[in-house]
Write a protein that binds this ligand. Sequence first.
Ligand code: BG6
Ligand code: MG
Length: 223
Amino acid sequence: MSKELGILFDLDGVITDTAELHYKAWKKLADSLQIPFDHKVNESLKGLSRMDSLEALLGSQSDFFAKEEKEKLAAQKNQDYRNLLEGLTAEDVLPGIKPFLIDLKKREIPIGLASASKNAPYVLEKLEISSFFDQIVDPSEVAHGKPAPDIYVKGAEQLGISPSHCIGIEDAVSGIQAIKGAGMLAIGIGKAAILKDAGADLVLADTRELSWSVIESLIGKHK
Ligand code: BG6
Ligand code: MG
């Protein structure tokens, strides 16, 4: 790896913990459709796009809904999710993230966001950290959602840095697979066994552990 380096972040579960808000909004929809939905199912939706999540939630019932009906259901879930996001503040940035962003900025490392969420710009605004991001990938501009590598490939392109010189940070299996598929080094946040299995080059239990020395040592190991 040369001196050139770009860092791409996932949003939900890495920068802020919105998984519970997604859960609440999906649960409300699932209940109204009398489809069983719990935290375990929600876990498997992490990283998936809104429509892919809806398909997973509907499961075998998917065929009973027309495309327009599905779009309505997804819009309904999103409205509930947006209402929940209104309560988000700068306090909701996960521990260690802000100091890490400040340090990367000081070192002039280009920073990108590669989130599947169409609400990402709004969430960054609510968290008051938009200015740290040089590039935000618009998920509606990529052909395939995570676990496909498209969003990370696009992120590297937007930063103007080769994927082999980028590091991606993710909390979900689908996200780690996307980073690795794009040919980047992957840092997983969360459960070591699962994320290592998905291909993570390094797993940190907590966002508090993110630091420049972690980045340097990861690069050093893969020179
Ligand atoms: C991902 C979340 O970041 O964004 C998923 O992990 C979510 O749970 C996806 O479904 C899409 O988000 P949105 O905000 O566009 O519905
Ligand atoms: Mg995530």
